[in-house]
Design a protein around this ligand. Structure first.
Ligand code: SF4
Length: 449
């Protein structure tokens, strides 16, 4: 069978990106050619996100856009994968007849046949065959990558559809993860972003106890890996050994992504977060005490059912006093199949948008002030790219995750992607920093994360 030209459009979070990379690996393994532009493809795969309303809308808009290519261009087959496909397989097939195949998270092995290969593969029982990473075609720039250590979630927050989409929490073995990390280092990756739905629970299912700190210590031993970043932690599952390990190992970025979602006890209870305000505050205090120069990222939800003006005022006041280095805020999205969808006192859209704006305005002031206080200081920066339009070099401090946080505009020309340099912060530009490399002889290359 003649190999097909296949293009994939990926949406959603880094965990979905890893799926997309593994799908591309399978498609390539099956003898098909991966092409960059949808217009050139005979087979189009849309790897969707199905988390909240906005992302569902973006996924459906993208499917329709790609469906048009079946009329105008070479596309013969439109395949939809990802969380929206897992969550609404029948509805998608019924509502959008242009879709040829809806492939759920358990059925990736079907893709080899669908994308025009003649080699059959055995059916995988779990959502992810833990060896898919071997053929992964990474979509991130060569110097950083996402390392998924577990998937699924058992926390069951009342507003969240993910447990219904991705299933029960399951960890990969430490050996399997280390093998992949070594392969990444071998391929020139310098920054590993550790991801999962809940990284702090890593190992509880497999080893009967939390093992993230053990895994991080072992990842730190890998030559070539310079930065290790932890994303998607859960305040309920943080533990002392983990705090100590993050503080102790230079390669572990002093950056923690800790979604708190809210701070009022009544709302935290209704969200099913399993933590109280006091718990969150003492955890943050602990992290800031034991991890100097920590960049703490969080995310909050406004407009949760039953959130009164008073509850919201408490959250806003907390955001202003906690002064997170990085913060994302979202309006509550009523998701069918989640307990919160049937809660009383759903908040009107206008009120949600107003509260979102208040939080973002408060955070904007905090970031600008924090960035101003960095002027004159030296910080380690990963060089990411040379901006095509401005020709300027851009990078990220150890306190900035790819795609979601701030950038550093670098005043220097002789750089290469993946360089890690100590930089003097000389100014700010909106949410971004301006930096110039400084040569600190004993510390320059491999500057601390
Ligand atoms: S921790 Fe809560 S919000 Fe995060 S994926 Fe699990 S259920 Fe969803």
């Amino acid at each position: 069978m003649k190999s097909k030209k296949v293009a994939l459009i990926n949406l959603g979070c880094p965990k979905n990106l890893v799926d997309a990379e593994e799908i591309l690996g399978r498609v390539a393994q099956s003898g098909s050619t991966i092409c960059q532009y949808p217009e050139d493809a005979e087979v189009l795969i849309v790897n969707t996100c199905g988390f909240i309303d906005d992302s569902k809308k973006e996924s459906i808009d993208t499917i329709f856009k790609m469906a048009k290519l079946k009329e105008d261009a070479r596309c013969k087959k439109l395949i939809v994968t990802g969380c929206l496909a897992q969550r609404y397989p029948e509805e998608l097939q019924k509502e959008i007849p242009e879709i040829d195949h809806v492939v759920g998270l358990k059925d990736f092995d079907k893709l080899t046949d669908l994308s025009g290969s003649d080699r059959k593969r055995e059916k995988s029982s779990t959502i992810q065959c833990s060896d898919d990473w071997r053929n992964r075609i990474r979509l991130t720039p060569g110097h950083y990558a996402y390392l998924r250590i577990s998937d699924g979630c058992d926390n069951r927050c009342s507003y969240c559809a993910i447990p219904g989409i991705r299933g029960r929490f399951y960890s990969r073995t430490i050996e399997n993860i280390l093998e992949e990390a070594h392969q990444m280092a071998h391929e020139g990756v310098k920054e590993i972003n550790v991801i999962s739905q809940d990284t702090t629970s890593y190992g509880v299912d497999l080893y009967g106890k939390r093992q993230l700190h053990v895994l991080l210590e072992k990842l730190s031993e890998i030559e070539g890996i310079e930065w290790i970043r932890i994303l998607y932690t859960h305040p309920r599952h943080f533990y002392p050994e983990l705090v100590r390990t993050i503080g102790l190992y230079d390669k572990i970025c002093k950056y923690i992504d800790l979604p708190i979602q809210h701070i009022n006890d009544v709302i935290l209870e209704k969200m099913g977060r399993g933590v109280t305000r006091a718990h969150v505050e003492s955890l943050i205090n602990d992290l800031r005490t034991h991890i100097p120069k920590l960049f703490l990222r969080t995310s909050v939800i406004v407009g949760f059912p039953g959130e009164t003006e008073k509850h919201f005022a408490e959250l806003l006041k907390f955001v202003k006093s906690a002064k997170f280095e990085r913060l994302g805020a979202f309006t509550y999205s009523k998701e069918d199949g989640t307990p919160a969808a049937s809660f009383k006192k759903q908040i009107p859209g206008e009120a949600k948008e107003y509260r979102l704006k208040e939080i973002m305005l408060a955070q904007q002031k905090i970031i600008i002030k924090k960035h101003k206080s960095l002027v004159g200081s030296t910080i380690s920066v990963m060089v990411d790219e040379k901006d095509k339009t401005s020709g300027r070099w851009l990078g990220r401090t150890y306190g900035d995750a790819p795609d979601v946080d701030s950038r550093v505009i670098i005043r220097e020309n002789h750089l290469k992607v993946g360089d890690i340099k100590n930089m003097m912060i000389t100014g700010t530009d909106g949410y971004d920093l301006i930096g110039t490399p400084v040569h600190l002889p004993e510390r320059d290359e491999g500057a601390k994360g």
